[in-house]
Write a protein that binds this ligand. Sequence first.
Ligand SMILES: NC(=O)c1ccc[n+]([C@@H]2O[C@H](COP(=O)([O-])OP(=O)(O)OC[C@H]3O[C@@H](n4cnc5c(N)ncnc54)[C@H](OP(=O)(O)O)[C@@H]3O)[C@@H](O)[C@H]2O)c1
Length: 374
Amino acid sequence: MKGYTPPVSSEPAVDSAMREALALSLNGRGGAFPNPMVGAVVLGNGDGGSLVVGRGWHGCCGGPHAEAVALDEAGELARGATLVVTLEPCGHTGRTDPCVERIISSGISRVVAAMADPDPRMDGRGFEALRAGGVEVEVGLMAEEAARLNRVYLHYKRTGRSFLHLKLAATLDGRIAARDGSSRWITSGPARARAGSMRAEAGAVLVGAGTVLTDDPSLLPPEPQSPAYCRLVAAGRRPLPAGAKVFDRRARTVVAHPGESRPYWVPEGVDTLPLPEGPPGLDLHALLEGCASLGVGEVLCEGGAALATSLVSEGLVDRLSFFTAPALLGGEGLPVFGPLGIGSISEALEIEDARIEILGCDVLVEGGIVHRPG
Ligand SMILES: NC(=O)c1ccc[n+]([C@@H]2O[C@H](COP(=O)([O-])OP(=O)(O)OC[C@H]3O[C@@H](n4cnc5c(N)ncnc54)[C@H](OP(=O)(O)O)[C@@H]3O)[C@@H](O)[C@H]2O)c1
């Protein structure tokens, strides 16, 4: 049939094993970075090759790889079995032994992988080594889904930066705060609950100094809070009060600041990230590189307007979640964005793959921002 691309696998057991491996990979969210999230399932020879005899995932950087965990569980049942895995198995020695050697020596006869690993040490070499070791290899099953789940790792490998998710809430007339700076609450309960789960999912939240000064947010995620959860403040020239809620001891806080020396007003116990300065404030590329080096894979930026404008202008927003509430604040209110250098409708920044959701009486639009070259 013209235009029809058959799925890589048409074996229900392999498809279902890949779905399970993708779900298992999510156990590494927040812990695996800067490594990828990986899930693996071993399909033994029993029941016509549909019996799961091993399962594994990569839970934390430095910990055992998904393939090794699944093969340990399978033991002797790995001989002649199929290994279904969400990413190309590694062929180099890092903190753990290469998975490729382990797979070959365990007697696995076939590997079905969702996608290649873009790490320059890999990039297909793992598959080549498996084939050279006599293992049959198929690549591409549920590749899109695997890339979507591993977007933080893939983005980091491409850019060296943390993945930036920008979340904002505005009124119908595009205001994120009233004239007096107040913005609580623009959206209703269901939208705020959704925003809370975005914090937990990202594992780190970022706001500008203006938001700390105006709103004094605690920036905590809903319970249970991950011990690695991190609050980041993009500071500038204005000192922030020592009693700000973001400086309480309920989670790690990092103040990114211009220049080398630690600002005098940062309380003890709060970490700092010295950064170079650009014209509107901190160099935000350097900020996101710094976040990655702190072990933060994804950052949820919650504003305010000045920081959001800088991030969009710099082309640093990898995902946008924009809540619109059925209210008006008029021209006195604070606009979501300052100037973005757009002179004509043909230059509008479009949202690609936009997904729309109704939460209570608010509307959430999510997608990526398309930046035209030039
Ligand atoms: N509705 C919403 O979703 C939402 C979310 C958050 C906040 N808000 C509202 O937004 C208002 C605060 O927004 P805001 O624009 O005043 O402040 P902001 O964006 O939170 O913070 C801006 C400040 O961050 C510092 N900064 C460091 N590097 C920067 C860079 N590269 N680009 C921009 N800023 C950088 C600067 O501090 P210095 O000035 O010290 O140099 C700058 O003035 C409040 O009224 C708050 O209620 C609304």
